[in-house]
Ligand binder design. Structure first.
Ligand SMILES: CC(C)(COP(=O)(O)OP(=O)(O)OC[C@H]1O[C@@H](n2cnc3c(N)ncnc32)[C@H](O)[C@@H]1OP(=O)(O)O)[C@@H](O)C(=O)NCCC(=O)NCCS
Length: 329
């Protein structure tokens, strides 16, 4: 087990390294998530050069988490100080692989070995690939103050609409829209299920309804619908900072909001509906003083990365995974 002294020693060196790599990364503080206690500490000439904690995580039955990945995930948080990042990370991954080999159910079908690696920490990438991990998802970030949203500041109050053309309007969603927002959310999960990490489960729509009901409960939800002749053709749903606390520690910039769901119907794509939804959300987030917006996209989704990049987002963390968990080499 990593002692607190060892942890704080390496944490300071990782913090220094991360500051140089990417100013949006958090200070590499002592990791607080629960972990199994496996001794994942790599030394070189007596100095700790890499350390990890393995969390044995299981999705709550019926939860939306089940749709975002494997039901059971062995999640490694890493602290790799360098010099010799590739070597330190490689030895840490070997130690993790040996630990997972001792866990009887790490070979079960619905499991994955998962770790987040700073996207700009290029020195680790070849090592992650060599050990059988795939870069399936990205947490992207958009520092709002450096890139003001396009267009005039016209946040849609409840009940008013922004006319995109003669047939299409954009409006803020409310509690009465729970079903339609959940249904469009299901379309995202179905679309993204092609790209290796996301799964539609028997309870996905029910879990989405529950999640969306929470998003739409407040007085001015950060959720918008685009409607063509009265039919919903696009949707964006986001969490303001008070609801995004679960992901905020992935960056040192505060306050952070989270863009959770975004979808435009296939026949409507490429006509600016997605951009209009994003611009509206950006105006609202900036007016609320949000400093950074985070979102997930699937690395292999061919429309995601170009779209988000055009709207000011760039990779912050890459989520690497091997499934089943025992597939890590
Ligand atoms: C990503 C997505 C929301 C974008 O919505 P959209 O309404 O197509 O967005 P826009 O029309 O504003 O912009 C799309 C860009 O792709 C181009 N494009 C052209 N034809 C396109 C098509 N058939 N499909 C998608 N994009 C197309 C557009 O010209 C535009 O490029 P530009 O900004 O350089 O002009 C939409 O493609 C989608 O719902 N994809 C499936 C779900 C998904 O990927 N969600 C995001 C999860 S992270």
């Amino acid at each position: 087990m990593l002692s607190d002294d060892t942890a704080s020693g390496i944490a300071a060196r990782v913090a220094e390294r991360w500051r140089r790599i990417d100013p949006l990364l958090p200070p590499a503080a002592h990791q607080t998530s629960p972990h199994c206690g496996a001794p994942l500490v790599i030394t070189d000439d007596g100095a700790v050069i890499a350390a990890g904690r393995c969390e044995h995580w299981a999705a709550a039955p019926g939860s939306l988490d089940l749709s975002w990945g494997a039901a059971r995930r062995f999640q490694l948080s890493t602290e790799v100080a360098g010099p010799g990042v590739a070597d330190g990370l490689g030895r840490l991954l070997v130690a993790w692989r040996e630990h997972l080999a001792s866990v009887p159910d790490a070979g079960d079908a619905d499991t994955a070995a998962v770790l987040n690696w700073p996207s700009r920490d290029a020195d680790g990438i070849a090592t992650l690939l060599k050990h059988g991990l795939d870069p399936l998802e990205v947490i992207a970030a958009r520092p709002t103050r450096r890139r003001p949203a396009a267009g005039p500041g016209s946040v849609t109050p409840n009940g008013s609409v922004l006319r995109l053309d003669g047939h299409t309007v954009l409006r803020r969603a409310g509690a009465a829209d729970t079903d339609v927002v959940a249904r469009l959310g299901l379309e995202i999960i179905r679309f993204d299920a092609r790209f290796g990490a996301v799964n539609e489960r028997p309870n996905t729509l029910t879990a989405l309804r529950h999640e969306v009901a929470g998003l739409l409960a407040g007085p001015a939800p950060w959720t918008w619908l685009a409607e063509r002749d009265g039919e919903a053709v696009g949707m964006l749903a986001a969490q303001p900072p008070e609801a995004a606390a679960w992901i905020a520690p992935m960056t040192g910039t505060v306050p952070a909001a989270y863009l959770m769901l975004m979808f435009v119907a296939p026949g409507e794509r490429g006509a600016g509906v997605g951009s209009a939804l994003v611009d509206e959300f950006h105006r609202e987030a900036e007016a609320a003083g949000v400093a950074v917006i985070l979102l997930h996209y699937e690395q292999l989704n061919p429309v995601s990365m170009p779209f988000w990049s055009r709207h000011g987002y760039r990779p912050l963390w890459t989520t690497w995974q091997a499934a089943p968990a025992s597939a890590i080499r």
